[in-house]
Write a protein that binds this ligand. Structure first.
Ligand code: ATP
Ligand code: MG
Length: 244
């Protein structure tokens, strides 16, 4: 199944048209007018346990299993076996997709030298349509200061776009209001920011996502409820209508 469509929006005199891909994640595409802008950089930010890695795994799993799109998951945090185990909890068989050459997991130690070159070489070798970097907060620890973080993240974002991939960068969110990333620069290299929140008390409004920005696009703002259960992750504007 081919996963590319044009989104056409007229706003006053302004016409917005962009090639899009569906994420394939239950309920999420309805929040972003059908899908992500192709070749965009999307920041997935939130506190610990807010669902960033599960959302990112769902993005690659849906891409490979529904649309045969190749997905590369670069992890600086969890090791690859743990990620496979996390996914297996939801019935997502990444092993099979890895054997078919549709998915590749790569663990990189944050203090390895020449990290950007390593990432670029993984991308050039595998040629994925979907990329996840989890997390750029840990990746950024390897850079000397805020100036280096900004410079290296810009270079990486530019490279991912040139590689014709649509990318998720996960980022740890600090607790201050309206600070979406550890270094305060991550949101500026990104075309979109999806901010995940978790109250930790249970109940329908306990997990929510806000769509803070999405360049070249209209979108829901939020907070929009979502659920993580043993069947996966699913979103709906009305908590009672979440399909899981
Ligand atoms: N089978 C499940 N059913 C319900 N909730 C689950 C299930 N598996 C995981 N979770 C929830 O998902 C959370 C983990 O989500 P995830 O690993 O995506 O978070 P994260 O934002 O990546 O966290 P971190 O910043 O620590 O990497 C768990 O803390 C738990 O609340
Ligand atoms: Mg995580």
């Amino acid at each position: 199944m081919r996963n590319l469509f044009k989104y056409h929006l007229l706003k006053g005199d302004c016409e917005i048209m962009a090639d899009r891909i569906k994420t394939g994640i239950s309920g999420f595409d309805d929040l972003i007018k059908g899908g992500l802008v192709i070749n965009s950089i999307n920041l997935v930010t939130g506190g610990p346990g807010s669902g960033k890695s599960i959302f990112s795994l769902a993005y690659l799993y849906a891409g490979a299993s529904k649309f045969q799109e190749k997905g590369l998951y670069i992890t600086f945090d969890e090791n690859v076996d743990d990620l496979r185990k996390d996914a297996a909890e939801f019935g997502w068989d990444f092993g099979d997709l890895e054997k078919k050459g549709l998915i590749r997991f790569v663990y990189i130690h944050p203090y390895e030298s020449e990290i950007n070159q390593r990432i670029e070489s993984e991308v050039m070798t595998f040629s994925p349509q979907r990329i996840v970097v989890d997390s750029i907060s840990t990746l950024s620890m390897s850079f000397a200061d805020a100036y280096e973080v900004r410079k290296e993240l810009y270079k990486l974002a530019f490279f991912f776009k040139k590689a014709a991939a649509t990318t998720f960068l996960t980022s740890e969110m600090l607790s201050e209001k309206d600070v979406f990333s550890r270094y305060g620069v991550e949101e500026f290299v990104s075309d979109s920011v999806f901010s995940f929140h978790y109250g930790g008390f249970g109940g329908p409004g306990d997990r929510t996502v806000r769509i803070i920005k999405m360049r070249r696009s209209d979108h829901e703002d939020g907070p929009i409820p979502f659920k993580i259960t043993k069947k996966g992750i699913s979103f709906s504007k009305e908590a009672s209508k979440i399909k899981l």
